[in-house]
Write a protein that binds this ligand. Sequence first.
Ligand SMILES: NC(=O)c1ccc[n+]([C@@H]2O[C@H](COP(=O)([O-])OP(=O)(O)OC[C@H]3O[C@@H](n4cnc5c(N)ncnc54)[C@H](O)[C@@H]3O)[C@@H](O)[C@H]2O)c1
Ligand SMILES: N[C@H](CO)Cc1c[nH]c[nH+]1
Ligand SMILES: [Zn+2]
Length: 430
Amino acid sequence: MLRLNTTDTGFAEAFDILVGARRESDAGVAADVSRILADVKAGGDAVLRELTQKFDRFDLDSNGWQISAAQCAAAYAALEPDLRDALDLAAQRITSYHQAQLPENRDYRDDQGVRLGAKWNGVDAAGLYVPGGRAAYPSSVLMNAIPAKVAGVGRLVMVTPTPDGEVNQTVLAAAHIAGVDEIWRVGGAQAVAALAYGTEKIAPVDVITGPGNAWVAEAKRQLYGVVGIDMVAGPSEIVVVADGQNDPEWTAADLLSQAEHDLTSQSILFTDDAAFADAVTKSVDVQIAALSTGKVAGASWRDHGAVIVTDSLESAMPLVNLLAAEHVELATDMNRAEALFAAIRHAGSVFLGRHTPEAIGDYVAGPNHVLPTGRRARFASGLSVLDFMKRTSFIALDEDSVRKIGPAAARLADAEGLPAHAASVRKRLK
Ligand SMILES: NC(=O)c1ccc[n+]([C@@H]2O[C@H](COP(=O)([O-])OP(=O)(O)OC[C@H]3O[C@@H](n4cnc5c(N)ncnc54)[C@H](O)[C@@H]3O)[C@@H](O)[C@H]2O)c1
Ligand SMILES: N[C@H](CO)Cc1c[nH]c[nH+]1
Ligand SMILES: [Zn+2]
């Protein structure tokens, strides 16, 4: 874990290194992924079977490639009642948040009599990547599939790895609630390739969404253009901005909540209180020792964690914007959190006040937990209904309106040296 104080000599250089560190994907991962994509494109199901054997340690032919709707319904029926209620509550809150994102079609006539507008349509088929390597993610099933359903996507195809052939029943139950159409037991870059190119068994999709580890994130990045993608959502990150009035145990738990996702996850604390920073650091160590995920969380904290003491929380905001983190917690009283929030320009999702732990957003708040990582919140947003939709604009002229705006179009076509364009307009002006 890196400990810095903004008054240290050399702080600027040390912070630059923290901002510039590439945690997600190095040249080795990129090269591995290109190879996997090319192999799946050429070899289809046989390569999927071989890579699943290698990375997930089971045979698709003997264990089954797909999970049926009946298996998902049975998993839902067998859930413990409190878990079923929790999933249902999450699904209901995620649905209502995403329904409010549905865009409106536009259709109007401007003052020159030209009818203009745009209509929105869902894509035909969406591929939903649900991570499953280190942990199973029923919440990510809901976060991917519900916006796709709300967008009106016709075919929802989920891929998820089932390491050692073990199928997570809560993942299946979530797929039942969300109305997923197909589930394939493949993961990693090879699953993303199968969704993009199609194989003998798996028909290709139009858009691939969802989070995953470095190989999954890199595969989506490389396949953009063959298919649409939501954004690059890699290993989780959290920045906590906290004053000294917080309970250090709460803050430590918040940092560890994201560190436990992956060896390459990142958790960073900004505080204006050095004694509080010490107390949080101590509590992180105590809690790591008690976590079943302590090995991963400990490595993430050791290799990528940071504690930065600043003069004031307000002066930390430009640094927080430079990090453009997936999650930012503003752990102060609500008035101060509001003021700090006004200064945030780049973050995937922000959590205001001491009583809003990031983990609430992971599960039940409603906004999507699939969020840009690796500083991509500078230009990207969390998964939304719009990622499963596209807009078709339209134009309708009549004899009068073509006479009004046509001459300018023809003149511009002349200027571009495109006479067929000019003629197609001028013939209508006679
Ligand atoms: N940003 C977000 O919105 C968000 C949300 C949830 C989870 N996450 C992240 O998702 C990730 C989940 O990772 P995971 O590993 O548990 O599951 P995963 O499903 O993303 O990856 C598992 C697969 O990775 C592949 N793989 C593993 N090692 C490989 C290697 N050496 N070479 C090639 N392929 C390899 C295998 O095919 C395996 O099936 C975590 O990083 C977590 O932080 C992010
Ligand atoms: N924190 C993850 C996004 O970075 C989402 C998640 C799912 N389950 C638990 N957490
Ligand atoms: Zn999480």
